[in-house]
Design a protein around this ligand. Sequence first.
Ligand SMILES: C=C(O[C@@H]1C=C(C(=O)O)C=C[C@H]1O)C(=O)O
Length: 377
Amino acid sequence: MSTDIPDAQNQPQTDTDKPLDLAAVRKEIDALDLQIQSLLNQRAAAALKVAKVKLAEAAGKPVDFYRPEREAQILKEVASRNGGPMSDYAVQRIFREIISASLALEEPMRVAYLGPEGTYSHAAADRHFGFAVQSVPESSIADIFHAVETGRVRFGVVPVENSTEGAINLTLDLLTQSSLRVCGELSMRIQHCLLSRSESLDDIKTVHAHPQALAQCRHWLDANLPNAERISESSNAAAAKLALEHPEYAAIAGETAGKLYGLNSLVVGIEDDRNNTTRFLVIGDQDIPPSGDDATLLMVAAPHRPGGLRHILAPLETAGVSMTRIESRPSRSALWEYHFFIAVTGHQHDSNLSPVLDELRELTPLLKVIGSYPRAL
Ligand SMILES: C=C(O[C@@H]1C=C(C(=O)O)C=C[C@H]1O)C(=O)O
């Protein structure tokens, strides 16, 4: 697997180090492009054949053209066979787009994200589904759930956890109430920028951003803009739009939002934690078959007695199922009772996990399998 991009200037020009002929190498590239394009269309034609098979097998029932488990397998294979000089990430991004374009021929898909345009959720949706999918901005996480539930879009991309600020409780609560499932996950490094129409920090009177972003930049703001008032907005992109109208405002948002709205990036990378990462979930109403490298999200109510949670976790430990995350939320049905969100490695239909889930059903008053899905790349 290759991860580093070699420096072209340090590459030998040819095996014998003869000077290269620019026109000749470009001719070589043209010939390769011809082959790539022809192969791309052969691949797209094969995807259309797959669509025909799916339609025939479904015999009139709704068809799941989008198969994330297959896509995850392809993308993992792409990285593991990669010999460079392109990085694994670069070839995966290219294949992501090839698959996205092929899928669009089978079924044009709509995916909702937390808008407006230019949010990190928007970038996450594009990265996960590729640009051939139509991404649709919604104004709240609840609206994303609603858009998927009513069939206005096929999937939604919602933030669930940030490495600095912890769980996004609203997403967890909506997952409790909704019949939607988790169909995928992805993590994205979040780099915040201070955006403004002004060109100097001295002109900034107020800083606008989503409360999560304000919290993630708290120390930087204390040190660099101690007198600027911090004002919460519904999203960072909404804050960027406001900053466009008022030169004395600054917004915290990503560089893409800055470019999209034509604002100056006064400072890049103002997040307090350099590893600041947000995890997103893909929600939909599709059951995803095993990909071979999956995760499962469970919600359980622990029995209300001493050691209740330990009682629930014991079967997972005995079966050697690894738990990657646990979060608690008030149950809202009784005071001081909690629901636990537990992420484990494996698919609910895997032979090691499925009997454990049966065991848990016996032990707890409530077990909801929120979804099994391919693990993030
Ligand atoms: C072609 C298929 O349909 C879609 C397109 C894929 C592709 O282009 O490789 C992979 C999975 C599906 O989302 C398939 O299911 O194999």
